[in-house]
Design a protein around this ligand. Structure first.
Ligand code: FUL
Length: 498
């Protein structure tokens, strides 16, 4: 998971897509503290941060030699400041990865629209960013631009070669990869079938966004959502390229900070987590720094609660004392390399493998006592590809096997929620696979917070896909903040006592 920081003149002018005409002097974050940004990320369990080094307005958060439209023309630190540098230092000190977003669409730059000139300008700025600030782990770019904007060609392949040449370890994000792809929506929701396999040639980077105006909390701004893309959401089991998806979503309605907006609740973030991280994706959560240059207290509070929820649910694997057996084990039951018990070890490098050429693939689990649970967590050792197409979970109830939930695709990590069940015996069955299936992790968990039982009842299902406000109201109904805080405090007290 990574935190996204949208920051720049828009933060001070209450806008989303800046026109590129805002005076540089508007940029004046008097208390800017990138160490706080990184610490918040780290404390909430995010190990990467990505900054909008330049958004569509063209204002550079570093001092670029290719334009004066940057921090050097602002009054912030008398024009000597460099946000990218400060963030790079804070991230390095904290051991958190750094990524940078350099928008190709530049509404300030006069060469925008002149293909050769503008591509050179973009590559010049990219070179500055990738040679001045140490190791960059991700480069983020998109093809977004407003309707009626000047036409020009972006030399994507040349850019990608330059990036890989200057930063061989950097992952490049765009609508079509090459290394990680946009999931196709800005809600943080992946397809319930989600392959890392993909055909890059089938996807297109960008297009023209409709400049629709939406009203939230009496504030009007441009909708930044792009048309949804089902191909990106699901990936492609026959795809030739390995391009895992990244789900970008903002903690607030807008990408930039606006005084009038409030963050989503921790319960909403948990739901997003199930639908992104729990569906084989990276989650890129935007938490916009405010006009003081800090992450706002209400956002950091929600992030802490979100981290606490994940800990309460996922730190206790109910399968940990279980006895595992399998339909078959490669090398026989005495071969410890592929034994079913390996699925209890965290990570992807130890795994259960069945004998070759089987048609049944089952993992049996005896919990040694009857337990209640409502979440399944599965991982595949993806260094050997993504293989599983369909699977299901069964429990033994009154002597009979009963199906609890069906799923499609696992990949790096898959979470499945279902109404709470109680049993001592479970069977994880792989129904369809592209090649011999392997399982590297299997967890059984109890989520007491999502009220998933209500999620599965028809009346509440009606509301489930509705607006943030409705969802928030719904979550608040099940768990209000003070209840969660109480739980959090109790938990801290318990760990302190241990
Ligand atoms: C989009 C942009 O238009 C938005 O402003 C935002 O930066 C989002 C993450 O990507 O393409």
């Amino acid at each position: 998971m990574a935190l996204f920081f949208h920051f720049g003149p828009n933060t001070f002018t209450d806008s989303e897509w800046g026109t590129g005409l805002a005076e540089p002097s508007v940029f004046n974050p008097t208390r800017l503290n990138t160490t706080q940004w990184v610490q918040v990320a780290k404390d909430a369990g995010f190990n990467r941060v990505i900054l909008t080094a330049k958004h569509h307005d063209g204002f550079c958060l570093w001092s670029s030699e290719y334009t004066d439209y940057s921090v050097k023309s602002s009054s912030w630190r008398n024009g000597t400041g460099d946000v990218v540098k400060e963030l790079a230092l804070s991230a390095k000190e904290a051991g958190v990865d750094l990524g940078l977003y350099l928008s190709p669409w530049d509404r300030h730059e006069v060469s925008y629209g002149k293909t050769l000139e503008c591509n050179e300008f973009y590559m010049g700025q990219m070179t500055e960013l990738l040679t001045r600030y140490g190791e960059i782990k991700e480069v983020w770019l998109d093809g977004a631009k407003g309707e009626g904007e000047k036409d020009m060609e972006y030399f994507f392949d040349t850019w990608f070669s330059l990036i890989h040449q200057l930063q061989p370890g950097a992952v490049i994000f765009s609508d079509a990869g090459p290394d990680t792809r946009w999931i196709g929506d800005e809600a943080g929701v992946a397809g319930s079938t989600c392959w890392s396999l993909f055909n890059r040639s089938t996807a297109k980077i960008g297009g023209t966004d409709p400049l629709s105006v939406i009203t939230i909390s009496n504030m009007r701004f441009l909708s930044t959502s792009r048309p949804s893309n089902r191909y990106s959401q699901g990936g492609d089991p026959s795809g030739h390229d390995w391009v895992p998806a990244e789900c970008d979503v903002s903690i607030r309605p807008g990408w930039f900070w606006h005084a009038s907006e409030i963050p989503k609740s921790a319960m909403r973030l948990l739901d997003i987590y199930y639908n992104s991280v729990g569906r084989n994706c990276l989650l890129l959560l935007n938490v916009p720094p405010n006009s003081s240059g800090l992450l706002s207290a209400e956002d950091t509070q929600v992030l802490q609660e979100f981290a606490e929820l994940r800990k309460l649910i996922f730190s206790n694997n109910l399968a940990k004392n279980g006895l595992f057996s399998a339909s078959s084990t490669r090398g026989g039951t005495n071969d410890s390399r592929f034994k079913p018990f390996n699925v209890l070890e965290e990570g992807i490098y130890t795994y259960w493998a069945p004998e070759e050429n089987q048609s049944d693939w089952e993992l049996h689990l005896d919990l040694q006592e009857s337990l209640s649970f409502n979440v399944l967590r599965v991982q595949e050792p993806i260094h050997m590809g993504q293989r599983i197409i369909e699977f299901h979970l069964e429990i033994k109830e009154d002597g009979d096997w009963k199906k609890v939930i069906n799923g499609t695709t696992v990949g790096y990590q898959r979470f499945l929620q279902f109404p709470t069940v109680e049993s001592q015996h479970l069977k994880f069955v792989i129904d369809k696979t592209r090649a011999d299936p392997f399982i590297s992790f299997l967890g059984i968990h109890m989520d007491k917070f999502s009220s998933v039982d209500n999620k599965f009842d028809n009346s509440s299902q009606l509301h489930f896909n509705s607006s943030v406000v409705l969802q928030q109201a719904r979550w608040n109904h099940f768990l209000n903040s003070s209840e969660l805080l109480q739980q959090t405090t109790q938990n801290h007290a318990q760990s302190a006592a241990m």
